[in-house]
Design a protein around this ligand. Structure first.
Ligand SMILES: [Zn+2]
Length: 155
C-alpha cells in the first residue's frame, strides 16, 4: 500500500491528520495522531457455511404392476362372466395377448394395466415410494419385481 502523503510503498498506519483519517507510512505518521495499524480491508469471503440442507433423500415413486396380476385379471374376468374373447374385445386387445397375460407369461404395461383396472374395477398398479439412494440403478438386472422391493425394504 502506498502512503497517502508521500506515496511511499510501505507498511501503513492509520493516522488522523488535520481531522482526516489517512493511511500513511511510519515516517508521515508523525504529522498526525496514530490510530493504529492499517488493515487492508480484505474482503473475507463470506464463508458460506456449507449449510447442507438437511439431507432429504430423494423419494422415488415407482409404479409396479402387481406380481399376481394374472390371477387377479382372470378371477375378475370370470366374476364378470366375460370370456377371454369378449374381454379382449372390450379392451381392444388381441385375444392371444390377453391369454398370455392371464397365463402370467406377459406382464401388462402400466398403460394396459390402467385400462384393465378401469374395465375390471381392480387394482393392478401399486405405487411404491422408495428412498433413492443410488443403489436402485445398480440393480440393473432388469425390471424390478415386487420381491426386489420387499427385499430392499427389509434392509
Ligand atoms: Zn509517507
Amino acid at each position: 500500500m502506498q502512503c497517502c502523503m508521500c506515496g511511499k510503498d510501505d507498511y501503513l498506519l492509520r493516522v488522523i491528520i488535520e481531522g482526516t483519517e489517512l493511511n500513511v507510512c511510519k515516517g508521515c505518521s508523525r504529522f498526525g495522531k496514530v490510530l493504529g495499524n492499517y488493515r487492508p480491508e480484505v474482503k473475507h469471503r463470506i464463508q458460506e457455511a456449507k449449510k447442507q440442507k438437511p439431507q432429504v433423500p430423494a423419494v422415488e415413486t415407482i409404479q409396479l404392476v402387481r406380481e399376481d396380476y394374472a390371477q387377479i385379471i382372470k378371477q375378475k374376468r370370470e366374476q364378470l362372466n366375460l370370456t377371454q374373447e369378449e374381454f379382449a374385445k372390450k379392451l381392444n386387445e388381441k385375444h392371444s395377448f390377453l391369454q398370455s397375460i392371464e397365463a402370467g407369461k406377459h406382464m401388462p404395461s402400466l398403460e394396459l394395466s390402467r385400462k384393465l383396472e378401469k374395465v375390471l374395477g381392480i387394482l393392478l398398479v401399486e405405487e411404491h415410494k422408495e428412498l433413492h439412494e443410488g443403489n436402485l440403478k445398480q440393480q440393473s438386472s432388469g425390471v424390478m419385481t415386487f420381491g426386489d422391493i420387499i427385499k430392499l425394504k427389509k434392509k
